[in-house]
Design a binder for this molecule. Structure first.
Ligand code: SF4
Length: 176
């Protein structure tokens, strides 16, 4: 099987992606690069579940460092944008650039688990991803991908968060 890098937003989303990639003859390296996640305890909690998934599936998992201050700089001026707006596009670009750099250093192609979520526009993700060489366009939400990720995360006992990741999405969720 050819290896590729899966930018991994969380264990539940990555679970379904690993199945799709295996069907495509690819063995993923889970690259957890999510400086958007706040607070830090949440970042750690999601990483623990990525490691758990990697152990279950027998794949490698790598954690990028948490650079939340730099991420805040990247989305400056867009703090109050609604979820799905320009802040999210900038957030995707921040994380996918790091995934691309990690994959390049290993001479691998890369893709992202972010397309599993029904809250994330795959077209936008593809536009952002294709700005980098060696990006693989997998639309993981196809064929009930999200539903399958929910089923797998139950089966594997993975923690599922109830907000996207940044403090702005957390406060929006708390208001709702
Ligand atoms: S809502 Fe999610 S995708 Fe959008 S900026 Fe926050 S963490 Fe990133």
């Amino acid at each position: 099987m050819d290896k590729c890098v899966l930018h991994t937003c969380c264990g539940p989303c990555a679970s379904h992606c690993c199945y799709v990639l295996a069907d495509a003859g690819k063995k993923p390296v889970l690259f957890y690069s999510n400086s958007n996640i706040s607070p830090f305890e949440e970042f750690v909690r999601r990483w623990e579940n990525v490691k758990k998934l990697a152990g279950i599936l027998g794949v490698e998992a790598v954690c990028d460092h948490w650079d939340h201050e730099l991420w805040l700089e990247a989305v400056k001026g867009h703090e109050t944008d609604p979820e799905g707006g320009e802040r999210c596009r900038l957030c995707f670009a921040f994380n996918l650039k790091r995934a691309y750099e990690f994959a390049s250093a290993r001479g691998l192609e890369f893709t992202t688990s972010l397309t599993v979520s029904p809250y994330k526009n795959s077209k936008t993700l593809f536009e952002v991803g294709e700005a980098f060489p060696n990006f693989l366009k997998f639309d993981f939400k196809k064929k009930d991908g999200y539903k399958h990720s929910v089923e797998l995360s139950k089966e594997y006992g993975l923690y599922r968060q109830n907000y996207c990741g940044c403090e702005f999405s957390l406060s929006q969720r708390e208001k709702e």
